[in-house]
Design a binder for this molecule. Structure first.
Ligand SMILES: Cc1cc2nc3c(=O)[nH]c(=O)nc-3n(C[C@H](O)[C@H](O)[C@H](O)COP(=O)(O)OP(=O)(O)OC[C@H]3O[C@@H](n4cnc5c(N)ncnc54)[C@H](O)[C@@H]3O)c2cc1C
Length: 348
């Protein structure tokens, strides 16, 4: 008998697996590589929603948990995945500069928005109105993390590379059984794959497709992340990650010509140097209508739980949501109403 059978090894599944193992619980993960969101994500973490100048929900708490979580993983896997580098907002007008300083005066945003105009000139970017700097930012190399974590799981016989068959779950008094595996609990962390899950697919997971590029731009000289209508993230060796698009109709994980043209147009607004596209990826973000995660236990089957709806912020939300779910299962600690799936129970 194991403690937790986890379906999905994206940022959500990994976050829960680590939380459980850290608390001396046994786990097994099932994954079929059907979703690519965590693998291809930009990986940025940023406590401010720059489009609306609002603080990310519980940003400070999430950042503390994030630091601790990725630091422990780096040490366990012997790799570097968390890169603390500034995110700069490129201003396109004096009005945008003024809006920034008005926002930086706000008590909630003050810890995260620098009051100094950043005047550094980066080769390859024309910036007559300079930049604003967001503080306490960075990115996680999610691909490196997922690949290394998979290796760790395989070496320790903790991964079943298979499609989870929901029809095979059997319920017993003291456990749930899946094929020959008996577990105290099942955690569903399938990202957009949730739609195949008959136990939880009543939840309103919309899904927002995103596409991004890896470009090569030898003249571009950046040691920060630039964020405007797209982000540009330096990877080294003249390579940069550029993203992302938002598409609410297409729910496939394949790159499209439409996405390519959109990214190209936005990039050309920012860069005034040559570049070539080296790679082009796509994935579906597990987004929810109210922009809050989907966390909790099934109303009729208390051994089934969900960790989903990480939306556009899996890097920041994954670790703190995994702790919230773990503590609600093990210690009956109530979940915050904003994230608890109970908010959708009447709509079942
Ligand atoms: C273009 C793009 C850019 C992004 N940029 C950022 C960013 O900069 N910062 C940020 O924080 N977030 C970003 N995100 C969002 C982030 O990727 C998501 O929040 C996060 O990856 C969600 O993780 P997840 O584990 O819930 O889902 P997923 O990563 O989709 O993982 C779900 C896993 O479950 C598996 N699975 C599903 N169904 C089954 C089944 N039946 N049986 C077995 N396995 C199954 C899948 O194979 C997959 O491995 C971006 C997303 C996209 C698409």
């Amino acid at each position: 008998m194991i403690d937790y059978l986890i379906v999905g090894s994206g940022l959500a599944g990994i976050s829960f697996a680590e939380t459980a193992m850290h608390n001396q619980k046994s786990i097994l993960i099932v994954d079929n590589q059907s979703q690519s969101s965590s693998l291809i994500a930009g990986g940025l973490y940023n406590p401010v929603i720059l489009k609306r100048f609002s603080e990310v929900w519980q940003a400070q708490l999430q950042l503390v948990i994030l630091d601790n979580f990725y630091l422990k993983l780096e040490s366990k896997l012997q790799i570097k995945v968390d890169f603390k580098i500034p995110i700069l907002r490129k201003f396109f007008s004096v009005e945008e500069q003024n809006n920034w300083f008005a926002a930086a005066d706000n008590k909630l945003l003050a810890p995260f928005l620098s009051l100094e105009v950043k005047k550094t000139k980066y080769l390859g970017i024309n910036s007559p109105f300079d930049y604003g700097e967001v503080l306490q930012t960075g990115y996680v190399d999610t691909k490196l993390l997922l690949v290394a974590y998979k290796k760790y799981l395989l070496e320790n016989n903790l991964l079943l590379q298979d499609t989870f068959d929901y029809q095979l779950i059997k319920f017993h008094d003291d456990c749930v059984q899946y094929k020959l595996i008996k577990a105290k609990h099942i955690i569903f962390a399938e990202g957009f794959g949730l739609h195949e899950n008959p136990y939880f697919n009543y939840l309103p997971l919309d899904g927002t497709k995103g596409e991004l590029f890896i470009i090569k731009a030898p003249q571009l000289n950046l040691d920060v992340i630039i964020n405007t209508s797209v982000f540009i993230l330096p990877l080294g060796n003249d390579l940069f990650k550029v993203g992302a698009t938002y598409n609410w109709q297409d729910k496939t994980s394949s790159p499209t010509e439409e996405g390519k043209l959109e990214l190209l147009a936005r990039l050309q607004e920012i860069l005034d140097c040559e570049f070539e596209i080296v790679d082009h990826f796509a994935g579906v973000r597990p987004t929810v209508r109210d922009r809050k995660p989907l966390i909790g236990s099934h109303p009729k089957f208390p051994r089934l739980h969900i960790l989903n709806g990480l939306g556009t912020r899996g890097v920041m939300l994954g670790p703190s949501m995994a702790i919230a779910l773990f503590e609600s299962i093990e210690y009956q600690k109530p979940l915050d109403k904003a994230i608890d799936i109970k908010r959708y129970e009447k709509k079942m």
